[in-house]
Design a protein around this ligand. Structure first.
Ligand SMILES: Cc1cc2nc3c(=O)[nH]c(=O)nc-3n(C[C@H](O)[C@H](O)[C@H](O)COP(=O)(O)OP(=O)(O)OC[C@H]3O[C@@H](n4cnc5c(N)ncnc54)[C@H](O)[C@@H]3O)c2cc1C
Length: 379
């Protein structure tokens, strides 16, 4: 067991940290104000080789490890902005397309996801279901060489941004309608594809989560990933990858909360002395640090298991169970240390606390992951 990062990983952390300093932090306030990020955000990520991270070089990718992706997610989490999400969405969707796409599909769809000219989405949630993808009702009915897609998706990240999405639909021709889920690449500029205004959330401003409406949208049959009716397996893989990336982001968020708390305790005076000298405060800081470290190494372990092609669905569920509430508690403690200032929008910790709240729901709920981890033990 080796807890030291390789020279390549250290280089990536440094590059990501420099990128955040130069390109992300200066636009953090304007993203919140506009509830949107600049259109060229992904191109900027591409220029510093942070797109197509899991995709081989021949398709325009970087071909690096999952651990390195998590290290980058952590740096982005520290910014307390939404910017990690379009970038991670492109990376995880590109990984799905690489893993299950035909050669023609890979050649067509991967380069634009790797050079930042296309924004990716992955869509399974619908108005009536999020936790049970077998209950989705959006249908794809075969018509010659195409499918005709009808239905609606909900809360789709980047659904309103030009590019492609992997949409999970029911194949209208297959008999077993309960189990049958098909993964289909849809061009978001297709005729009949429309979106709502972005949802307003308590945090994650600029996430660009929209409802997507399909009205007789024509999609080539060649855009199917894997086999028709076999998309549930693909979705489970994507969600497990997403859970690890989310945990990396949360570790960064927790580290930022701790850093803010340490800084504040050194500046704030109580009876003429910095708060940092009070034992009760030091206990809180020590407690927060050990929690962030524990979350960090649990997350790195999951990424390493993914790199070794080991089964990572259960370990990624463990991240949901442990990392999410632990980092949420760390942001709460950091807010508490800031007193009333922590509750005000003047301080970064207020935003970190609100962002942390998303993680028990997005990329599958905590309760579902308890079921995954618990049932694996008794199966
Ligand atoms: C910021 C944000 C971004 C998102 N981005 C995307 C995206 O890009 N693509 C996409 O497809 N979706 C996206 N979503 C949707 C998200 O994935 C779903 O909200 C999530 O899967 C939960 O589904 P739901 O909201 O329908 O909750 P429900 O499924 O209705 O669950 C409600 C509650 O019931 C519990 N519950 C449900 N079933 C069970 C069970 N069997 N056992 C125990 N408890 C259960 C859940 O744990 C939860 O607490 C996003 C959501 C948000 C907020």
């Amino acid at each position: 067991m080796d807890f030291t990062l390789s020279p390549e990983s250290k280089m990536m952390v440094k590059a990501a940290s420099d990128f955040c300093e130069k390109e992300i932090l200066p636009i953090a306030d304007s993203i919140i104000e506009n509830n949107d990020y600049p259109e060229d955000l992904l191109v900027k990520f591409a220029k510093v080789r942070m797109l197509g991270l899991a995709v081989p070089k021949e398709y325009g990718g970087v071909g690096t490890t999952n651990l390195n992706i998590i290290l980058i997610a952590e740096e982005l989490g520290k910014t307390g902005t939404v910017c990690a999400w379009p970038m991670l969405m492109n990376n995880s969707t590109a990984e799905t397309i690489y893993r299950w796409g035909s050669e023609a599909v890979r050649e067509k769809f991967l380069p634009p996801l790797c050079d930042g000219s296309a924004y990716a989405s992955t869509a399974f949630t619908e108005p009536a279901t999020g936790s049970d993808p077998t209950a989705i009702t959006t249908t794809a009915v075969p018509d010659g060489d195409d499918f005709i897609v009808n239905g609606a998706k909900r809360y789709i990240t980047g659904g309103n941004k030009k590019g492609y999405g992997v949409f999970y639909v029911k194949d209208g021709e297959l008999k077993d309608q309960k189990a049958n889920v098909t993964a289909l690449i849809v061009d978001k500029s297709s005729e009949g594809y429309t979106t709502s205004a972005p949802w307003e959330f308590m945090g994650l401003e600029g996430m660009n989560c929209v409802d997507v409406f399909f009205k007789d949208v024509r999609v080539p049959k060649s855009n199917v990933l894997g086999e028709r009716g076999n998309g549930f397996r693909i979705l489970l893989h994507w969600i497990a990858v997403e859970r690890i990336e989310q945990a990396g982001y949360m570790v960064g968020l927790g580290q930022a909360a701790l850093d803010q708390a340490v800084k504040y305790t050194k500046e704030r005076l109580v009876r003429g002395k910095p708060m940092a000298f009070m034992q009760g405060i030091q206990w809180m800081l020590g407690d927060m640090k050990s929690r962030v470290d524990a979350c960090r190494y649990l997350t790195y372990r999951a990424a390493c298991i993914h790199d070794e092609e080991g089964p990572f669905d259960v370990v990624s569920s463990e991240l949901k169970i442990f990392v999410v509430p632990t980092i949420q508690e760390v942001t709460r403690m950091a807010l508490q240390i800031h007193g009333a200032y922590g509750y005000s929008k003047e301080y970064k910790i207020e935003g970190l606390f609100r962002i942390a709240a998303h993680a028990g729901i997005v990329a599958s709920s905590t309760e579902l992951n308890k079921t995954i981890a618990g049932s694996a033990l008794v199966r």
